[in-house]
Write a protein that binds this ligand. Structure first.
Ligand code: UT7
Length: 324
């Protein structure tokens, strides 16, 4: 009997403040036209002063648990992907654990920047497949607005804040349910590109938080190539063809990168969940935010095949195929 991790609930949270491209054009030398054409972003949400990554994560987690009909005490694993933890330590996941009333099990953070959700999903899936967890909460939560250099137009226009979460449950599927759940996960990193997308601070190096720095064009180039490779790898591992995919739920960094992946898969635009226009790049939160949006509005339905993929600092990248 195959033991798999099924997604049984999705949740999301976005801070109430919306910042438009026009708002940004009042702060730096940019324009709605440039940002829209180069990235597809029109607006993003920004956390309120004092609103922390854990607050965003908790709100998304509560919605996901409610959708799953599961109390927080039933969880035995929380994996939280973030590059913007509340504090250097302990893990933001432990704050969420306490707030959800989860007493046992394990809660920890994963740091793979924009690939964080795909990494966290893979880790939780492996715990479940090995029988080390039954009910896992996987969260992507970020307050990237706190890492931005608001005078650098090449980066500050790209990112937003938010959180998304999924509840995974172990299923020993038979019959009609046998093919439901996470089919496979595929993770990669290439540490020689550490300096292409990084934060120029940290406890060990500068004892400051630092600011996000990016060689945008180079990251773009790697993203287009590596995402095409990993998507192919995921399909091949499952003996599937691009035409079998019902939905592409990509990391939402840049509309042009998403379009490139879709073109290589020959996927029509109505099979892509797009949130980059109203969320911007929310790093580890972008995939679970997009997933929650499309599950909760009824676009993604049980039994459909969903492909997720992401690329981020490290460089890190990965993909996952899920039968909902
Ligand atoms: O989520 C993690 C992974 N991250 C990514 O995948 C991001 C990958 N990179 C990108 O999405 C794109 O490279 C960017 C959106 C960051 C930049 O787009 P680009 O088409 O690569 O632009 P560029 O960096 O080549 O800049 C073109 C021009 C430059 O001016 P010159 O040198 O041609 O005169 C920039 O100075 O656009 C200028 N520019 C801007 N102009 C107005 C850069 N940022 C802005 C801005 N507003 N915000």
């Amino acid at each position: 009997m195959v033991r798999r991790s099924c997604i049984v609930g999705c949740g999301s949270y976005l801070p109430s403040q919306v910042m438009t491209n026009d708002d940004l054009a009042k702060r730096v030398d940019t324009s709605d036209e440039w940002i829209t054409q180069r990235t597809g972003i029109k607006s993003r949400h920004i956390a309120a002063p004092g609103e922390l990554t854990s607050d965003l994560a908790l709100a998304a987690a509560r919605e996901a648990l409610a959708a799953a009909g599961m109390p927080g005490e039933a969880l035995d694993l929380i994996v939280l992907a973030t590059a913007t933890p509340d504090n250097t330590f302990p893990a933001t996941a432990t704050k969420v654990q306490a707030a959800l009333g989860m007493r046992g099990g394990a809660a920890f953070d994963v740091q793979a920047v924009c690939s964080g959700f795909v990494y966290a999903l893979a880790i939780a899936d492996n715990f479940i497949r090995l029988g080390q967890a039954r009910n896992a909460l996987v969260i992507g939560a970020e307050t990237f607005s706190r890492l931005l250099d608001w005078n650098d137009r090449t980066t500050c226009v790209l990112f937003g804040d938010g959180a998304g979460a999924v509840v995974l449950q172990a299923t020993e599927g038979t019959g009609g349910n046998a093919d439901r759940g996470i089919l496979s996960t595929h993770l990669h990193s290439e540490g020689q590109h550490y300096g292409l997308l990084w934060v120029d601070g940290g406890p060990s190096s500068t004892q400051t938080t630092g600011h996000l720095r990016m060689s945008g064009q180079e990251v773009f180039r790697h993203a287009v190539t590596r995402l095409a490779e990993v998507v192919e790898e995921a399909l091949h591992a499952n003996g599937l063809r691009p035409a079998d995919i019902d939905w592409l739920v990509p990391h939402q960094a840049n509309r042009r990168i998403i379009d490139s992946t879709a073109r290589k898969l020959a996927l029509p635009v109505d099979k892509i969940v797009l949130t980059v226009d109203h969320h911007g790049n929310t790093s580890a939160a972008s995939i679970p935010l997009a997933l929650a949006e499309a599950v909760n509005d009824g676009r993604i339905r049980p039994g459909q095949l969903v492909l997720m993929e992401a690329m981020g600092g490290g460089l890190t990248w990965g993909a996952s195929l899920v039968r909902m």
